[in-house]
Design a protein around this ligand. Structure first.
Ligand code: BGC
Ligand code: IFM
Length: 689
């Protein structure tokens, strides 16, 4: 906690009856501080590496001459018998990490790296009597001084930061205490939502791993993982708004800060930089704007924050547009501009213009003038104006109404009425021009041709509008919702999850853009995009089909599919962005684990739609939608400073419906548990029926 380091606490025990002699080697390879330059500017960077050795601490000082404010170090809490800091010397010519010369010969060379590839390796020789145990604490640390405290002498780094840090973790007991503190922190965070049900996969994913992934995704956005180089995309406007949906209950204060950062990258007309850089918080000029779903995600994020915290003061925060303080307006005004952006960007069918793409980055319907081989991220002349998105229409109905509710809560009846009128019209436009007979259409392209229609040769049905339109309530009363979801089951479902579209595109289409550039079954071209599987599951809960909602949940749930790890291949506790679809060569193989909106949406699905604990403006609403065989379950939810102990009973095995709720022994009307000032514990019994 509060220390920029990684600790490895190593215990070596001799469990044999003979005395053992052991040579122990540590090893880390340092980067040269600039990920892109490291990989391409060899003529420079192979001459800049510098290290310094002080007892058991190896300092990595590369670039300190210019920046003079940071360094890293690798240390161990015992005297060493040797060290190396040059990769080539340690490994030996032609060797990989598997058999370094120094390890094979049990002798570090004492090399001092000057240029080339700096590493840090310690050698510790030890003997262990039968039953004897020895412990070591390795600390890999990073020190950074505030800009104004750059050290004076350019030849020498200031080691006081490293010394102070090492003193905190100098003994195994100190390291253990630090780990215990870290565990306590995580226990505190994860205890904000826990479930005890008869399903071990739900318990395991909800109580630990899904929430943990939500935190990681919130922190890292799409910047660095095994699948993201860390040099590319920074923070996405839509990505970060969605990540927040699964994170806001953990640390609402950080969600608040994030919302204000994101809103500051919005333009005055409500559109937004698609991405921004986490350190400068400035919009990314290379990518620019024009993804027409972006603005509406801000409403989703703010609504989630308000419902979690009841902190309406955030709406009065004055936030710049385009990071220019002279253009600042209250956050509520930002939301209004988000809402207005869709109203002012409608196409020939009165559906929202898609712009460069909507949630589906690869559906580039205005990109018809792009020639094969040109990059896809085009701006300028290739951006035709008329392609429309039924997906954004669904989003607009859902989040436009959410905006109306926010305005209602804050007494802005003018905005509220405007929003209700506009969402009503959009609802009608979807019925008029967004329904294909058995499912919702996906879009109209730049020539106003249908996309995602039975009339298309390929790509006849897409998942996104089925999920979002039904989540928005469109077609529920008209009986269309059920039809759309049945079509999803019939046409898009596989045993590994629901595919994004069918039939897959087997050739490249100029009028569709990047989507058809993928081989069939991969990524946006008919892959199983885990991100929007929960949309369908939530949509199923809207119409009360708990069995089907849960079946969908289970198909992509990492813990449930551990037994097919040979096929699935990513970690059995982490959601992946994509699982290869039925058309793919390796159907069922997942990719891009960790940094994906799947984490947040799955948590929203399981915690709010299936288990049914829904934060609302005036309290906690309980409305589970579970499989009929799910049985009773117990939840503990921390909410606005209180702890809710919630027992859900389901004697008749219904899939949805609450017949009664008692709070501290008293029956309440309806299923909203109102917040009572000063109360710290709520003991709640919910009867489904
Ligand atoms: C990729 C897509 C991906 C998207 C993410 C595109 O460049 O090709 O497959 O989903 O970026 O933003
Ligand atoms: O919606 C996008 C997201 O922003 C990044 N990953 C892929 C998704 C679908 O294209």
């Amino acid at each position: 906690m509060d220390a920029a380091c990684e600790i490895n606490h190593l215990k070596l025990k001799n469990t044999s009856s003979a005395k053992k002699q052991i040579s122990l080697f540590s090893y880390v390879e340092f980067c040269l501080w600039n990920a892109i330059d490291d990989m391409n500017n060899f003529q420079r960077n192979l001459s800049i590496g510098e290290v310094e050795i002080e007892g058991s601490t190896i300092y990595h000082k590369t670039e300190y001459r210019e920046r003079r404010n940071h360094y890293s170090f690798f240390s161990v809490n015992v005297p060493v018998d040797g060290f190396d800091t040059s990769r080539d010397v340690f490994l030996g010519a032609g060797n990989g990490n598997a058999i370094p010369d120094a390890v094979r010969e049990k002798k570090c060379r004492g090399s001092v790296a000057s240029g080339w590839y700096p590493i840090a390796s310690h050698q510790i020789n030890l003997s262990l009597a039968p039953g004897e145990e020895k412990e070591f604490v390795f600390v890999l640390g990073y020190c950074e001084n505030p800009e104004e405290e750059k050290w004076e002498s350019p030849g020498v780094i200031r080691k006081d930061g490293a010394h102070a840090l090492l003193a905190r973790f100098a003994t195994p007991r100190q390291a253990e205490a630090a780990f215990a503190q870290l565990n306590e922190y995580w226990d505190g965070l994860l205890s904000r939502f826990t479930v005890e049900s008869g399903n071990e996969h739900v318990n395991r994913m909800v109580n630990i791993w899904n929430q943990y992934q939500c935190m990681v995704t919130f922190n890292m956005s799409r910047s660095a993982s095994y699948y993201e180089s860390g040099t590319g995309r920074g923070m996405g406007f839509r990505d970060s708004c969605q990540d927040l949906l699964g994170f806001v209950h953990l640390i609402p204060e950080r969600a608040r800060e994030r919302i204000l950062d994101i809103a500051a990258t919005q333009f005055e007309d409500g559109s937004a930089y698609h991405q921004y850089q986490p350190l400068t918080k400035k919009g990314n000029l290379d990518i620019g704007s024009g993804f027409n779903d972006d603005p509406l995600w801000l409403i989703a994020a703010v609504a989630a924050y308000l419902k979690e915290t009841g902190d309406f003061s955030i709406l009065d925060e004055v936030v710049p547009f385009d990071n220019r303080p002279e253009l600042a307006q209250p956050l509520l005004e930002h939301l209004y501009r988000s809402f207005r952006y869709t109203c002012t960007h409608l196409g020939p069918h009165k559906l929202p213009l898609i712009g460069r793409a909507d949630w589906n980055d690869c559906l580039n319907l205005n990109c018809f003038s792009k020639e094969p081989g040109e990059p896809f991220q085009t701006t300028g002349p290739s951006e035709g104006p008329v392609a429309e998105s039924v997906f954004i229409a669904g989003m607009f109905v859902k989040y436009g109404r959410e905006f109306a509710e926010i305005c209602h809560q804050t007494g802005r009846t003018d905005y509220e009425e405007e929003a209700l009128r506009a969402t009503e019209q959009m609802y009608q436009s979807v019925l008029d021009a967004g329904w294909d007979g058995e499912w919702f259409l996906r879009a109209y392209d730049a020539s106003s041709e249908k996309i995602g229609s039975k009339e298309c040769r390929e790509g006849q049905i897409y998942i996104e509008p089925q999920g979002f339109c039904v989540m928005a309530g469109i077609g529920v009363e008209e009986g269309l919702a059920e039809k759309a979801l049945d079509s999803v089951k019939e046409r898009l479902d596989t045993k590994y999850g629901i595919m994004i579209l069918q039939p897959a595109y087997t050739q490249y289409y100029l009028n569709l853009g990047e989507i058809s550039s993928y081989p069939p079954g991969y990524k946006e071209n008919a892959g199983i995009f885990c991100h929007n599987n929960p949309w369908i599951s939530i949509a199923e809960t809207v119409i009360g089909r708990g069995d089907r909602a849960f079946e969908i949940y289970e198909k992509t749930c990492p813990s449930c599919i551990e037994h097919i790890s040979e096929i699935h291949r990513t970690e059995p506790y982490v959601y992946s962005q994509m699982i290869a679809g039925a058309d793919a060569f390796y159907h069922g193989e997942a990719k891009n684990s960790w940094l994906t909106g799947t984490a947040a949406w799955t948590f929203v699905n399981i915690s709010q739609a299936i288990l049914g604990v829904q934060p609302d403006y005036d309290g906690l609403r309980i409305d589970p939608c579970v499989p009929s065989s799910f049985g009773s379950f117990r939840l503990i939810r921390k909410f606005r400073g209180s702890t809710y102990y919630i027992d859900v009973e389901n004697p008749d095995g219904v899939q949805k419906g609450v017949s009664g709720i008692s709070v501290d022994g008293k029956e309440i009307a309806g299923n909203l548990i109102p917040v009572e000032a000063g109360k710290t514990e709520y003991h709640v019994t919910v009867r489904m029926g």
